[in-house]
Design a protein around this ligand. Structure first.
Ligand SMILES: Nc1ncnc2c1ncn2[C@@H]1O[C@H](COP(=O)(O)OP(=O)(O)OP(=O)(O)O)[C@@H](O)[C@H]1O
Ligand SMILES: [Mg+2]
Length: 232
């Protein structure tokens, strides 16, 4: 081989630096599977234990009956919220207080934007002020208020596995989970995507638990029914 065999542009060119880990913003979403509601509750308990959850904004996507409100109820219980936990289906937002949350008293706002169709309500109802205040904000159906919502720290997408398998289209299938169907409830497929540095802290902490076994004791199930009625 002579020097002419080499591409002059390559000879003497230092090799490119080794590929390093992708920047955090480009990390793939964390994929989880919740076989039953006990797994949802276990995830909620782990999320509640994260200091970065305080002041975070979480969005919950997924078809009717996917388990968004169920996750919120388990999360609120794990944060120490007492009493009845109403779904905000009609009120759009339900406020909660947890005096005993890890790290001190915590204000929590649980939004459901399913019926939100007038962006003026964002100002009129004081939602802008709520989002500017300290505390945890959680929103179901964020797409219905996408024009006014800030970016989520952590976007959680939940879909029943049956819809996943039927369409091959994962959580985008848009299918609902019919509670009248015979047989056991389908497992849930879950994707967690961080949208901010705070969200990446949360996602990284939850990633560490992704393969951990579930706790021995099944937590109390969330007993409330959704005023929206049975999922379509
Ligand atoms: N692994 C699971 N995780 C969460 N919920 C589950 C699971 N398995 C079964 N379920 C049941 O599925 C139902 C989910 O209802 P939920 O109201 O939480 O759905 P949702 O996504 O909030 O619906 P909507 O879009 O109407 O607000 C509950 O009855 C819950 O008990
Ligand atoms: Mg709900």
């Amino acid at each position: 081989m002579t020097a002419d065999d080499h591409d002059p542009a390559i000879v003497g060119t230092p090799p490119p630096p080794p590929a390093s880990a992708p920047p955090a913003a480009l990390r793939a979403p964390l994929a989880l599977r919740w076989p039953d509601e006990r797994a949802t509750a276990a995830f909620a308990a782990r999320l509640a234990a994260q200091p970065a959850l305080r002041d975070a904004f979480l969005t919950l996507d997924g078809p009717l009956g996917a388990g968004k409100t169920t996750l919120v109820r388990h999360l609120l219980r794990a944060l120490g919220v007492q009493g009845r936990i109403k779904s905000p289906t009609y009120a759009v937002v339900e406020p909660h207080e947890s005096p005993d949350a890890p790290g001190g008293p915590l204000a929590i706002w649980h939004f459901d934007f399913y019926r939100f169709d007038d962006p003026r309500e964002w100002e009129d109802a004081g939602f802008r002020d709520l989002f500017a205040a300290p505390g945890l904000k959680i929103a179901e159906w964020p797409d219905k208020a996408a024009a006014v919502l800030p970016p989520a720290d952590l976007a959680i997408r939940i879909a029943p596995e049956a819809a996943d398998a039927e369409s091959g289209n994962g959580a985008d299938a848009g299918a609902s989970c019919d509670p009248d169907d015979a047989g056991p409830a389908p497992a849930r497929r879950v994707l967690l995507a961080a949208g901010t540095p705070r969200g990446r802290v949360l996602a990284d902490a939850l990633r560490a638990f992704a393969d951990a076994p579930l706790p021995e004791t099944a937590p109390e199930p969330a007993p409330e029914t959704d005023p929206r009625g049975p999922a379509a």
